[in-house]
Design a protein around this ligand. Sequence first.
Ligand code: NAD
Length: 307
Amino acid sequence: FDLERLGVHDSVASVFPPAELTDFLADLSVPVDVIGDDEIPDCDAVITIEHRDAFLECDWIHSIQAGVDRFPFDEFEEHDVILTNSTGIHDRTVGETVAGYLLSFSRRLHGYAANQQDRRWVRPEWDEAFTLPGTTACVVGTGTLGRGVAETLGSLGVQVTGVRRSEESVPGFDEIHPNEDLHTAIADAEFVIVTVPLTDETHHLFDADAFETMREDAYFVNVARGSVVNQPALIDALESGAIRGAALDVFEEEPLPEESPLWEMDEVIVTPHSAALTRDYFRDVGELVETNVGRLEADEAFTNRVV
Ligand code: NAD
């Protein structure tokens, strides 16, 4: 297709100011403008975080997220719309966020932060705090997020096991298990970290059985998508002591409703789908888009193409 106008949909404002991205892309050979819903029909291509039905009349949609479970793949295919995503840019951001969760649990920082709100000087029990070297983490999904998590945790001395579709080794992981052995892989880990995309196959992958399999002193971390986890089963597991705690960035319903019991649990860290945020986000997305505009001009296949 011929690219004549590229729009930056104003929905990206939930992650960065849209004008930062139009400025970054100002040197492209086509005009790039911030657009609202009304202007979608005037663009061949749109960079966005949300889906709009009007996108089906465009040639190319780029998602600023890696997860594209919100876009209707079948309809894109029917209407010959190309969909690309932003996989590949979230290794360090999400890796550092997960390291932060683990350090918080081991060094008890979330408890102190909560107590500080009430000016309470409370020291933990003698055996509550620990250090990370020698602890074990099982990372389910060995793509960009999984590798970033493995690398960051590895540098803190954590032993990292991965779960993926094949048994082939992956840099940064001390050991790999195939999907069929998921429960064996999570049974011994002190931290279980989910980094798979949400698909029919991964929907509610973590259910009551999985939490029952985990160690009672284990922490569960979800930086993937809410529906990879059966959330009521997770809440039951936390309430019954089947697992010790959790750090959750994503939820079945976002924002997490005020009445959710997760907000008030001492050993649960709730973050607002913010694990990948960074002030450099627009730059990372901009570089991906630049690459693909170059490929389009050279008549080469797009990178990060999903549909
Ligand atoms: P990626 O494409 O680089 O990696 C995904 C990996 O999961 C791939 O290696 C793929 O083979 C594997 N996979 C897919 N289905 C699987 C299955 N059934 N079993 C085992 N492995 C499977 O994507 P990524 O950048 O690592 O992102 C992964 C997901 O994390 C995204 O789809 C998105 O939903 C989520 N995400 C969340 C945030 C956040 O802010 N919390 C940020 C980025 C991505």
